[in-house]
Design a protein around this ligand. Sequence first.
Ligand code: PDD
Length: 281
Amino acid sequence: MPLEDAKVPVLDRGFIFGDGVYEVVPVYSNVPFRLDEHLARLERSLAAVGIRNPYTREQWRGFIAGLVARQSFEDQAVYFQVTRGVAKRDHAFPKNAQPTIFMMSNPLVAPAPAQVEAGAAAISARDNRWLRCDIKSISLIGNVLLRQLSAEADAVETLLFRDGKLTEASASNVFVVKRGVIQSPPKTELILPGITYDVVVELARANALPLEFREISEAEVRAADEIWVTSSSKEVLAVVRLDGAPVADGRPGPVFRRMYRLYQDFKHKVMRAGRRESLPA
Ligand code: PDD
């Protein structure tokens, strides 16, 4: 139905409590990318918050295919969320609520070539979100406030530090490069396990680029040769200014350029072709 005709009751717990989880699946040339991985992450988020998964994977695949087929554009960002449903306001779980499901698709717009070429600005902030950032919760007020800080500074992202260690950014994962080694924080409850993060890791491994998962201190981030942010919509984007200071020489670095190329090739040959890729682990 038209977006403006879609309605949710005001007592929906998504509206009242932000009590729900979501996914965003990138679709290239009408082919959803890594749909099984996104559905697995949805299942983990639902299980973590105790919301019943209303559909089987087969049903989810069917609804997503139907939504994708109805759009006039081929590259899409399919958003879907599941809330705990409609019930009298009470923090404790309602006994008989049915989960509310909402899905929409918007055009997926990759960063403009000029921005990829020039790199982007970011700022930093203390990661003051809760301790279950691995759950893709619709309660995004923490992320929203942190993202607003960079929006007001004309920057694309806010890099987050918890106890002096890099976690992720307000809506993306973060990689740094030092002396040719690509580094990222390990997947813990403090970061969202990004599907794009996995792709970058797999491309690094398949191409024998040195890679390490480790705690990265704030000082190390500021002294990095390169900083990248990754997400389904940003793909891989170089951060060339952090809090107003240049990152190394202030230009996207050689390892970024290599990874960006690998990612674009992968997008062209695998994602768009809808192939189940077989990258060596
Ligand atoms: N954001 N970390 C956070 C906090 C995120 O919100 C996202 C994605 C990511 C990257 O995940 P992925 O590679 O699976 O897109 C990391 C989505 C796109 C959003 O909320 O719109």
